[in-house]
Design a binder for this molecule. Structure first.
Ligand SMILES: O=C(O)CCC(=O)C(=O)O
Ligand SMILES: [Fe+2]
Length: 210
């Protein structure tokens, strides 16, 4: 990579880490080049066509269950031991982001896990936190959208909830625009995926402290 390209990533990562420190979440558009986004999308479509995706579940360990009334997306976990060259590039970007977050936020992030996600038309994920009751090691959520195009009428926004000044709550809707990266504290920001009208494709990852 050219020196200025590395500077560019470094700057993006430092700003994301600063946002996370100051307000607990961050949004970056054009996190990836169009070429890289398209390659990741193609690879994900390929894996989908080969039937490798499974219905996602909720909870972990003994409490894991497939609950289509709570979430109806399909996922494919990446295997760190068997990453394709393209997935390695994504993993490398996330490693750099993890370093930037650790330097700024002292979260002690030590490992990363990620899955491809596909929300078929009509699917959703009801309001939740990304930390499970019994499992606290997910510290930071990072979602990268890969969609080719997205209009307001396609719906399927990520809705994040925040405490408002008067003790009530406000929310922010974020459309899953291609190459958009959303990062937030897994244990602090309740969120949901509103029903989508169109197939919705992303990679969701979590930085963990163990
Ligand atoms: O895809 C999104 O916008 C959010 C997905 C999500 O909340 C999750 O996988 O835990
Ligand atoms: Fe989530």
């Amino acid at each position: 990579m050219k020196a200025e390209a590395i500077d560019d990533w470094q700057q993006k990562n430092e700003r994301i880490a600063a946002d996370l420190y100051e307000k607990g979440w961050s949004l970056t558009d054009r996190y990836l080049t169009e070429a890289f986004r398209k390659e990741l999308l193609e690879e994900q479509r390929d894996l989908l066509h080969h039937g490798q995706f499974r219905h996602a579940g909720v909870g972990s360990g003994d409490s894991f269950a497939i609950k289509p009334e709570i979430r109806s997306d399909k996922v494919l976990w990446m295997d760190q031991q068997q990453l394709t060259p393209l997935q390695q590039r994504y993993w490398g970007l996330m490693a750099a982001l993890q370093t930037a977050i650790n330097q700024r936020c002292y979260l002690g992030l030590r490992s990363f896990e990620a899955h491809f996600a596909m929300y078929p038309p009509g699917s959703f994920y009801l309001r939740h936190l990304d930390q499970f009751q019994s499992v606290h090691y997910r510290k930071v959520t990072v979602i990268l959208y890969l969609n080719e195009t997205w209009e307001e009428s396609d719906e399927g926004a990520l809705r994040m909830y925040f405490p408002a000044e008067n003790g009530s709550e406000e929310h922010l809707d974020v459309l899953p625009l291609g190459a958009r990266l959303v990062v937030f504290l897994s244990g602090e920001i309740p969120h949901e995926v509103l029903p989508t009208n169109k197939g919705r494709i992303s990679i969701t990852g979590w930085f963990r402290d163990r």
